[in-house]
Design a protein. Structure first.
Length: 202
């Protein structure tokens, strides 16, 4: 038996629960955002907080740190299942103060086949795609249906924003909600720097 493949771990985390407004610049490595480490050595979560030192993504937008899909290496997935890396925000208590606009700065070098999407937790406790490229609510939001793909212009940071008030207006939020960034890389995808996010704000 190959014991190297028999690796399993469990991780428990209690999310921060906060009221709005919320800003995160990632200069404090004890961020209120959370990236679970993964359940096996083959599906590690790529999101890391620190100073980017990659081929094309080499700086944060502001200060020293950002949250990045691997701080200092290109992202290549060779296992059978690909990689699904998730970064969670805190849980937001929006019972009194409703969310208006979410924004962040992003630098991306996403290889063909890989995608980044943003999801929110709705009143049924289900994850839903946050908006779409064609819904007309933001001219900075997505470039492929419900995903970010491709490269930032000049590999520089671009501001992305979306009106969470549009979701509030549909009644799809409950008293509490949460957001997450999902970076998916299929098996065998060509190498790329992935994504860096900085200056997140609601």
């Amino acid at each position: 038996m190959d014991t190297e493949d028999n690796y399993l771990s469990k991780e428990f985390h209690r999310f921060y629960q906060i009221r709005l407004e919320y800003e995160e610049g990632f200069e404090d490595v004890l961020s209120k955002m959370y990236a679970p480490s993964g359940t096996t050595k083959y599906d590690r979560n790529l999101w890391e907080i620190g100073a980017p030192a990659k081929n094309r993504i080499t700086t944060a937008k502001v200060g020293t740190n950002a949250v990045v899909t691997d701080l200092d290496a290109t992202v290549t997935v060779t296992n059978t299942y690909g990689n699904n890396s998730i970064l969670y925000t805190p849980i937001f208590d929006i019972g009194q103060i409703k969310p208006d606009t979410m924004s962040f700065w992003m630098n991306r070098n996403i290889p063909e086949g890989a995608v980044l999407k943003v999801e929110y937790l709705n009143y049924q406790n289900k994850w839903r795609a946050l908006g779409s490229a064609m819904d007309g609510r933001s001219d900075s939001w997505y470039d492929a249906s419900t995903n970010f793909t491709g490269n930032s212009q000049g590999y520089s940071y671009e501001k992305k924003w979306y009106p969470l008030s549009a979701i509030s207006g549909t009644g799809d939020f409950s008293q509490y909600t949460q957001l997450r960034f999902v970076y998916y890389v299929p098996e065998g995808t060509a190498s790329g720097d992935g994504v860096a996010i900085d200056e997140f704000k609601i």
